[in-house]
Design a protein around this ligand. Structure first.
Ligand code: PEP
Ligand code: MN
Length: 339
């Protein structure tokens, strides 16, 4: 249910309402609006009608049901778009288009530092790189793990770019959060509910990728898992879904971007690298994603794609990435964004 407070309601009235919501067995989430506060009360759907009694309390304007199965992620609870702070220099969801770029996997110190400097010089605002890799085959490179996190931190120091890196299980969430500016939940873990709950309890933004066969509603329900634990800093990432088409690795579902913009206040990033699986198609789909309304892009970049430990075929060389960034400025401007 949504409890809409009156404009200018006293703090003590709000505190009483929060107390009552908790007594009734629900978890209150306060959303500060421009003129009034709104409280999302989430919990067992079956008893939600007892929350209606809150309507008679001081300072309460109305109590409304939230119609969507996802609550905190929905536009019903928060109409204005969320702007999520990643670091002193980066926020996602505002006017500035945010580009996070780097290799699929961190492979070594020189590789990650050189790539960080190259993508920064081309205009990227964030570095990406996997230290824990969720590979389809147990025989494929699994990542440098904590050593990879240390190298990412070095690359951040050298370049000034904050970084996003993937966390693949609940046990390593704290470790990854110690190093990373933003945690990534990959497509293969998008419905790993224990992991989603765990990253819901930390105070770092989470980039949640869409699962390969997830509907948009299921995607938003996964975001809800994170948010219902307290962490409201969730960024959604469309990275392609599995269809009957085999000419591309996945089918980048660009129509999901305007649909998501209608359904949720959360920022949306597109990943045309995993979305196509082929470096030839990455720039075109990056431009299209910006036209569709993406708040950011995730792009894989590798200086020697032929010898990359993972995802070489879809990685842009730094020079190609720089060319794409040049052209991207025009698309960003047309979409009323800065870059
Ligand atoms: C990645 O970002 O390298 C990755 C593994 O992505 P996804 O989970 O979208 O496959
Ligand atoms: Mn990859």
């Amino acid at each position: 249910m949504i409890i809409v407070m009156k404009a200018g309601a006293a703090k003590k009235d709000k505190d009483e309402v929060l107390k009552r919501i908790r007594e009734l067995g629900y978890k209150p989430h306060v959303i500060h609006g421009a003129t009034r506060d709104v409280i999302g009360a989430v919990g067992d759907e079956r008893g939600k009608l007892i929350l209606q009694s809150v309507e008679s309390m001081h300072g309460v304007e109305s109590v409304l049901p939230i119609l969507q199965p996802y609550k905190l992620a929905s536009k019903e609870v928060k109409k204005e778009r969320s702007i999520i702070r990643v670091s002193d220099t980066v926020t996602i969801g505002g006017k500035e288009l945010i580009v996070m770029a780097g290799p699929c996997s961190v492979e070594g110190e020189e590789q990650i530092i050189e790539t960080a400097l190259a993508v920064r010089d081309a205009g990227a605002q964030m570095l990406r790189g996997g230290a824990f890799k969720p590979r389809t085959s147990p025989y494929s490179f699994q990542g440098l793990e904590e050593e990879g996190l240390k190298l990412l931190a070095k690359a951040r120091e050298a370049s000034g770019l904050p970084f996003v890196t993937e966390v693949i299980n609940p046990e390593t969430v704290e470790l990854v959060a110690e190093y990373a500016d933003m945690l990534q939940i990959g497509a293969r873990n998008a419905q790993n509910f224990a992991l989603l709950k765990r990253v819901g309890q930390i105070h770092k933004p989470v980039l949640l990728k869409r699962g390969m066969s997830m509907t948009i509603q299921e995607f938003l329900m996964s975001a809800e898992y994170i948010m219902s634990e307290g962490n409201q800093s969730v960024i959604l990432c469309e990275r392609g879904i599995r269809t009957f088409e085999t000419a591309t690795r996945n089918t980048l579902d660009l129509s999901a971007i305007p649909v998501l913009r209608e359904k949720t206040h959360l920022p949306i990033v597109a990943d045309p690298s995993h979305g196509t699986g082929n470096y030839h198609y990455v720039a075109a789909m990056a431009f299209a994603a910006v036209a569709a309304g993406a708040d950011g892009l995730m792009i894989e970049v590798h200086s020697d794609p032929e010898h990359a430990s993972s995802d070489g075929p879809q990685s842009l060389k730094p020079s190609k990435f720089a060319k794409m960034m040049e052209k991207l400025k025009l698309f960003a401007e047309a979409a009323d964004r800065t870059l």
